[in-house]
Design a binder for this molecule. Structure first.
Ligand code: ADP
Ligand code: MG
Length: 544
């Protein structure tokens, strides 16, 4: 009669399952999508996010916004992950990917509610994405690397499109040249970390400049520094991880002495050690001495007397970049400093840029590297500029690697939508409706571009559908006039890899959310002692 109740999970565990769970996950994703929706496109707005420590960030970048939102909903976190992965993979299209995933979910939600099995929906999504990717590959325009000029202008257009939705869109011509110069100055492998970005607040954006070579802010220096020369030709660089400073005794060991002579000996020895190190560095033939650790006043003057330049407390990544660019090795002891471990560069100088002094190494033999020095107003503004340039740099690198582009501004999405709709008419059953729904979800990109610009989206989408039904495969939204335009001729180009990646990631995320039908959430550790402690509030079936 009295059946014992079976308790599987800790008390306080939150579970929900089945259709309501699916629908609630979809709704949660919708909320996130609404948060980033308005940032899409050239007329998109920016978000100002203040985190728990009070730091304010202004951004238009989907991945940055999603990261800062500190989302806790387990299913909605998937969207954060796809934005991050898009950022890491291709660097741009982060808002689009979130929007697409959200819209696919929104369009298939009615089917979920009506009881179509998620597996059927997932199959349809996979099928649709496959069709889209094939179509993109077929349509993408390959730009042959015939001439350098042609390649340059193509790259600049892609960079300009990536930047046109950012805060710095008014300076996009200026920056797209700079970004392309920067990327083209890299070696074959196009390593991202060889482009340094330094920010100096003050001045205007147009005063930003590109330095071919390594540049970093002048480090803290002691008296005696003024006498050192500030430029060298064919200079040899010693890279050190050695402290060149007399230590205050209390930081070192404790030495007890009972007369002045003994004390003098200790001091003498210390000076001797320092002078030995300095002499070794001098003998190696270096002109420029960089150290991660401090270089004190004695050392500074010693070097200055011998026409050498020194900088202590150089940030680690700058030191590494100098090493990669100029060769040599970072030494941790002064004993083995030989000419062979010194780096080299053609020209070194210390130069004033705005209110800051910069150490600049040019003509580095080992690796091609460059540094962008950004000028501009507020710090948040500079940070957003850096993020926007990062997007553009990634896009240019991508385009160099896969030199094929498609037209943006919703053109490619409209064409894919048309292809899917046409395909859906050739099949029967549930799948037909599902593919048609996915076709509709692709229209979210042009629709949102219109909405964000304040255009009548319905009107423009109708025009676009009509155009794509005939032969206007590159027609998309014209953001300057409230109309449609051939975006390929209008030079709104995006690497096809962004679109492929965005579609695959969005579909993958949507499928993942659809395949979850139960969430089991353990009670928070803070609540746990209450629930399990001292036999209080235990489940009924548990032995006491
Ligand atoms: P994401 O983070 O997805 O890159 P963006 O805010 O950068 O989002 O917006 C990118 C969208 O804006 C793309 O669909 C792109 O085609 C479109 N776009 C960019 N420049 C233009 C332009 N000049 N005219 C029309 N659409 C544009
Ligand atoms: Mg973008």
């Amino acid at each position: 009669m009295n059946q014992p109740q079976i308790v599987l999970l800790k008390e306080g565990t939150d579970t929900s399952q089945g259709k309501p769970q699916l629908v609630s996950n979809i709704n949660a994703c919708q909320t996130i999508v609404d948060a980033v929706r308005t940032t899409l496109g050239p007329r998109g707005m920016d978000k100002l996010i203040v985190d728990s420590s009070g730091k304010a960030t202004i951004s238009n970048d989907g991945a940055t916004i999603m990261k800062l939102l500190e989302i806790v909903h387990p299913a909605a976190k998937t969207l954060v992950d796809i934005a991050k992965s898009q950022d890491a993979e291709v660097g741009d299209g982060t808002t689009s990917v979130v929007l697409l995933a959200g819209e696919i979910l929104k369009q298939v939600k009615p089917f979920v509610e009506e009881g179509v099995h998620p597996r059927v929906i997932i199959k349809a999504i996979r099928k649709a994405v496959l069709l889209c990717i094939n179509k993109i590959n077929e349509m993408a325009v390959r730009i042959e690397k015939q001439s350098k000029e042609e390649q340059r202008s193509l790259l600049e257009k892609c960079a300009a499109t990536a930047m046109s939705s950012k805060l710095i869109h008014q300076q996009k011509d200026f920056f797209s040249k700079m970004v392309v110069d920067a990327v083209l100055s890299l070696g074959e492998l196009l390593p991202l970390n060889m482009i340094g970005i330094k920010k100096i607040s003050g001045g205007s954006l147009e005063e930003s400049q590109l330095v071919s070579g390594v540049a970093f802010k002048k480090t803290f220096t002691y008296a005696g520094f003024e006498m050192a020369p500030k430029s060298y030709k064919n200079c040899k660089i010693a890279l050190l991880n050695i402290e060149l400073e007399l230590k205050a005794e209390r930081d070192n060991a404790e030495v007890r002495v009972d007369n002045v002579k003994e004390y003098q000996k200790v001091v003498d020895v210390e000076w001797q050690i320092l002078y030995n190190k300095l002499a070794k560095i001098h003998e190696s033939g270096a002109n420029v001495v960089l150290s991660k650790l401090p270089i004190g006043d004695v050392a500074t003057q010693y070097f200055a007397d011998r026409n050498m330049f020194c900088a202590g407390r150089v940030p680690e990544d700058d030191l590494k970049r100098t090493m990669k660019a100029c060769g040599g090795a970072v030494m941790t002891t002064a004993n083995d400093i030989k000419p062979s471990v010194l780096g080299q560069c053609e020209y070194f100088e210390e130069r004033q840029i705005g209110g800051e002094r910069f150490n600049i190494f040019q003509g580095c033999p080992q690796a091609q590297t460059c540094t962008m020095i950004l000028r501009g107003g507020a710090e948040q503004f500079l940070e957003e500029t850096e993020r926007s340039l990062h997007d553009a740099i990634m896009i240019v690198r991508r385009t160099i690697k896969h030199d094929s582009v498609v037209a943006g501004g919703g053109a490619i999405e409209m064409e894919l939508s048309k292809i899917l709709r046409d395909y859906s008419r050739t099949i029967a059953g549930k799948e037909q409706l599902l593919i048609a729904a996915i076709a509709k979800s692709l229209e979210v990109i042009p629709r949102q571009l219109c909405d964000n610009a304040g255009f009548d989206a319905t009107n423009i989408l109708n025009k676009l559908r009509q155009k794509h039904a005939k032969d206007g495969q590159w027609f998309g939204v014209d953001i300057t006039k409230e109309d449609i335009v051939d975006n390929y001729e209008n030079c709104v180009w995006e690497p096809s890899i962004i679109k492929i990646n965005a579609l695959t990631a969005a579909a993958e995320a949507a499928c993942m959310i659809l395949s979850v039908d139960e969430t089991i959430k353990s009670p928070k550790p803070a609540d746990a002692p209450m629930a399990g402690g001292m036999g209080m509030g235990r489940g009924m079936g548990r032995p006491m």
